[in-house]
Design a binder for this molecule. Structure first.
Ligand code: TNX
Length: 688
């Protein structure tokens, strides 16, 4: 049982949330978990190397939910369910695919036959529809006659400013296709069949052959996918033009002749490249070459986000997650066009970021975590590496230093910050609300200024998150005074304040953003703060909290905000959720993952998928596209992608997974991810 800190005499008891039952290490033979068929180290070698080779490829494959090897790659079967050749295909599979007699031909002969089959006779993959993208694009105009097939001679042609996106796209496609996919910076259209163009005017006038699209993009609405109205203060003009792609929008044209992504920014190109990835067969997620017909559905997509802020939070304080885990989480966000990673860096159980001016914060405060594990912390270089990796994927890191409560780890390191000036014991339990830094001591403000200054200096993004939640023991007046000073200290760093919505009663600070995690949209304090100028990030506890269980039998997670199945994660509208808060005041959405009960990357992924894409869609897609039954069908097609990429997920019974998938929901894999010890090494100072 977790230790419960003694409440000061006569003081309020800590708010106790029962610890979620911790998995106790499933018996190996009782576990329904099946290893990936290609889980050998060689199969997981990164195909694209470089300092930031995709960590998913660089790590040993994580285990899957109860997916038998044959079911693990259903998308590479033909429509009749017949297997196609696939990575690591055993000889018997290759023989079956090639219709070979049961004799022992030479390896060369087998290879020749397999190559012939790959050249044109493979059963086609399950077709991907142009409107199958998650999050749903703003406008989709399919052209069934315009399918494009990626062939070994394909090249990417790109404007110099889009070079990095093209390199990343090529890096995603090379491992599975085995194609070289050179990237060229050239103006000659003949040189590449995948073209990424940065156009200063947006994509108003497509400059390449659009015959396959056939119809102006504006007619896409008539084709069934409505455009957004200009209801959220966003860039949409709703007139059917695609000349306002904005900071993050893109246009994608797929014709028999080629694929073109057009955007006004690299971020837009990047989102378009993620769409391209989703439009290829699921086998594109394989880390080893697959014999596949790499067909993309023809047509045009014009797309841009509903809200500018779309994020997820990872609590690295309750349990520490090393750099490589975090990089992989960044990849997960980027897939679904989420553009902010909020790192909850400090809490009672651990302080996770090195601060030079207060070194004991990490060295002492970082050495614990829930359950008594070794904890860990990020060196400045570790943190820079996360920030840089995220930036390349157009994800902004939002660091949170939670104040004035949730500070036990800081008080252990520096008792002078504690109200009684004595060090509390390290805390490894799961209660909240008992600790706080002394708001009456000037030394506290020196600490806050130093910490915020250092973290701001390491953070290129505009935000600094001050926490502010659950400081139950600080009287309301001192709390408001503390927050006012802390907000000013954030402003002094040049950053904009973000804080949990408990900040609402404190005075307004220019541009400040409140992160609303309530469970009842009737919240006059928050609505009043918005009237005074605050904007909101929506993280309703009973819809967006990914640490909530999916169902009563989910083996990890909480239920204090209710059970959150995929439908519940999807069925709410950020634009209207809090009474009295207009959509224009909503900056966006965020799905927080608290980690009291979440200890491994596999468990993070299990809680993320399929709910993270649901929240991502609320943040990106026009409200007009909102449709649970369509969403569940679209997300179903991602199961095979996650399985092929080695991503753990909850095979929710609400989702119509492809037929080859198990009908009985498996249990969460509870064993640690194989690379966990390495992530501990990542946490060691100097080992970034
Ligand atoms: C509430 S939400 C918290 C966290 C806990 C979480 C568990 C918020 C701002 N504070 O301290 O980890 O519940 O679900």
């Amino acid at each position: 049982m977790p230790t419960i800190p003694a409440a000061p005499e006569n003081g309020p008891q800590p708010t106790v949330r029962p610890a979620a039952p911790r998995p106790t290490g499933a018996e190996p033979d009782a576990s329904p978990v099946a290893a990936r068929p290609d889980a050998s180290p060689s199969a997981t070698e990164p195909a694209a190397t470089g300092p930031d080779a995709t960590p998913s490829a660089a790590q040993p494959a994580v285990t899957l939910p109860d997916v038998s090897p044959s079911a693990a790659q259903p998308a590479v079967t033909g429509p009749d369910g017949s297997p196609s050749a696939r990575p690591g295909a055993s000889r018997s599979v290759a023989e079956a695919a090639a219709g070979l007699p049961d004799v022992s031909p030479s390896a060369a002969e087998l290879a020749r036959v397999a190559a012939d089959r790959a050249a044109g006779q493979l059963a086609p993959p399950a077709p991907v529809r142009l409107d199958a993208v998650v999050p749903a694009p703003e406008r989709v105009l399919p052209d069934p006659g315009g399918d494009f097939t990626l062939t070994p001679d394909a090249a990417l042609r790109v404007d110099p400013a889009g070079r990095d996106v093209a390199d990343q796209l090529a890096g995603w496609l090379r491992p599975a296709t085995g194609f070289p996919l050179p990237v060229t910076e050239t103006a000659d259209p003949a040189e590449g069949r995948l073209t990424l163009t940065l156009s200063p005017t947006g994509a108003a006038t497509p400059t390449h052959d659009t015959r396959a699209a056939g119809t102006p993009a504006g007619e896409a609405r008539a084709a069934g996918t409505p455009a957004g109205d200009a209801q959220d203060g966003d860039a949409r003009d709703g007139d059917g033009d695609d000349d306002a792609l904005g900071d993050e929008g893109y246009r994608l044209d797929v014709t028999t002749a080629g694929v073109r992504i057009t955007a006004t920014t690299p971020a837009g190109l990047f989102h378009g490249a993620q769409t391209v990835r989703q439009l290829l067969p699921a086998a594109v997620e394989s880390t080893t070459p697959v014999a596949e017909r790499w067909v993309m559905p023809g047509g045009t997509i014009v797309d841009r986000p509903r809200f500018p802020y779309r994020g997820a939070m990872l609590d690295v304080a309750r349990h520490f997650f090393g750099v490589r885990d975090v990089l992989r989480v960044v990849d997960h966000l980027a897939r679904y066009k989420l553009n902010h990673l909020h790192l909850h860096l400090t809490d009672d159980q651990g302080w996770r970021i090195a601060v030079d001016s207060w070194p004991r914060l990490a060295e002492v405060g970082g050495a614990t975590e829930v359950g008594g594990g070794p904890g860990g912390w990020y060196t400045r270089d570790d943190y820079r590496r996360i920030v840089a990796y995220a930036a390349r994927r157009h994800v902004t890191v939002v660091p949170e230093i939670d104040l004035p409560g949730h500070t036990n780890a800081a008080l252990v390191a520096y008792p002078e910050l504690a109200p009684g000036k004595t060090a509390p014991p390290p805390y490894t339990g799961t209660e909240v609300g008992f600790s706080y830094v002394d708001p009456a001591d000037e030394r506290t403000y020196a600490f806050v200024a130093d910490v915020l200054g250092e973290v701001a200096a390491l953070t290129p993004g505009p935000w600094l998150h001050l926490g502010g939640d659950e400081a139950f023991k600080v009287p309301a007046e001192s709390y408001r005074a503390f927050v006012a000073r802390a907000q000013a200290l954030v402003a002094a760093t040049g950053k904009t304040v973000v804080g949990w919505h408990q900040l609402a009663p404190a005075e307004h600070a220019a541009g400040r953003v409140l992160q609303w995690w309530g469970t009842n949209g009737d919240d006059p304090d928050t609505a009043e703060a918005v009237r005074r100028g605050a904007r909101l990030i929506l993280s309703p506890g009973n819809h967006a909290y990914l640490d909530m269980k999916y169902a009563p039998d989910t083996p990890i997670g909480h239920d204090w905000a209710g059970l959150i199945d995929v439908r519940r994660a999807y069925e709410w509208d950020p634009g209207t959720h809090v009474r009295g808060v207009p959509a224009e005041a909503v900056l966006g959405v965020e799905a927080p993952l608290w980690t009291e009960s979440v200890t491994t990357l596999a468990e993070v992924e299990y809680m993320f998928f399929p709910r993270l894409p649901a929240v991502a869609e609320l943040g990106w897609s026009p409200r007009e596209t909102h449709d649970w039954s369509r969403f569940r069908s679209r997300v179903a097609a991602h199961g095979p992608r996650w399985a092929t990429a080695g991503i753990t997920f909850h095979p929710s019974p609400e989702i119509p997974w492809p037929a080859l998938w198990p009908s009985t929901p498996p249990q969460i894999p509870t064993q640690p991810t194989p690379h966990h010890p390495l992530t501990r090494e990542d946490a060691q100072p100097g080992r970034s």
